[in-house]
Design a protein around this ligand. Structure first.
Ligand code: F6R
Ligand code: ZN
Length: 209
C-alpha cells in the first residue's frame, strides 16, 4: 500500500491507501489475481457443444480479477476489480462463473465501464437481475448467488467490496447452473430459461414407488 506522500508528508499517522488505474483497470497492491479462460469454466456455459467447438480452436480469456484483502481474521473488507471481455459462447454472453458466499454476507458492485447484467438467485431459486452501466452501484443481498454478464461490445469493468471472510461456493452453480441465462437474440440481450438448470437423470421405475 502507499505510505502517503505529497500533502501527507510528515503525517506519521497516515493510513496506507490503494490505487486504482481506471484506464487499465489495475489495482495496486493486490493479494489475489486470477485470469479465467474458457477451459477453466467449461461447465458454466449452457451450450456444451459450443464450448467444445471454441476450445478446439483456441482458449479465450473470459474475465480476470484483482483483489486486495487487508488482513486475516473477521471484520475485514476485501476490494477488487473484475474485467469481463466482450464475446459469446454459442448465444450466451461472456460472464463470470458466479457463486454463493459461504457465509450470509452481502456485496456491492460499482460499474466503472461497459454494459452488463447482474444475475441474482436466492438459494430457494428466486431470480432477480440488475443492469450494470458506468456509474451504477448494485447491491447483492446476503444469501443471493451472483453472476455478472457482459452484454456490451467493449469490456465490462466493475469494482466490488465484500466481507473478507465470506468464502465462495461455486459447486451449486457448477452443478445446477443459474435458472436463467443471458443470450443474444436478434442482436439484443435476452433473459431466457436455462435449458440445463437442475437437469437430473430420469427417475427409475422403482424410485417412483
Ligand atoms: C467476490 C465477487 C467478485 C467475483 C469476481 C469473479 O465475492 O463476487 O469479485 O469473485 O467477479 O467472479 P467469480 O468469483 O464468480 O468467478
Ligand atoms: Zn461475491
Amino acid at each position: 500500500m502507499n505510505g502517503g506522500c505529497g500533502i501527507m508528508e510528515g503525517f506519521s499517522e497516515a493510513m496506507p491507501t490503494l490505487s486504482l488505474n481506471l484506464r487499465r483497470y489495475l489495482l495496486k497492491p493486490t493479494t489475489r489475481e486470477n485470469v479465467v479462460k474458457l477451459s477453466d469454466m467449461r461447465e458454466f456455459f449452457a451450450d456444451r457443444d459450443a464450448v467444445e467447438r471454441v476450445l478446439s480452436r483456441r482458449d479465450p480469456k473470459i474475465y480476470e480479477y484483482r483483489e486486495f484483502t487487508p488482513g486475516e481474521g473477521p471484520g475485514h473488507l476485501s476490494v477488487g476489480i473484475t474485467v469481463i471481455y466482450p464475446g459469446k459462447v454459442g448465444r450466451e454472453y461472456y460472464m463470470t462463473r458466479g457463486h454463493f458466499h459461504l457465509k450470509d454476507t452481502a456485496e456491492y458492485y460499482y460499474c466503472i465501464a461497459g454494459r452488463g447484467i447482474l444475475l441474482l438467485q436466492s438459494r430457494s431459486g428466486e431470480v432477480a437481475c440488475a443492469e450494470l452501466r458506468a456509474g451504477t452501484i448494485a447491491y447483492i443481498p446476503p444469501g443471493w448467488g451472483h453472476r455478472a454478464v457482459n452484454v456490451g461490445r467493449g469490456r465490462l469493468a466493475f469494482l466490488y467490496v465484500y466481507s473478507s471472510d465470506s468464502g465462495h461456493d461455486y459447486g451449486v452453480i457448477k452443478e445446477k447452473g443459474f435458472a436463467r441465462i443471458v443470450v443474444e437474440e436478434r442482436g439484443r440481450p435476452k433473459l431466457v430459461d436455462n435449458p440445463r438448470y437442475a437437469r437430473r437423470p430420469p427417475r427409475r421405475k422403482e424410485e417412483d414407488k
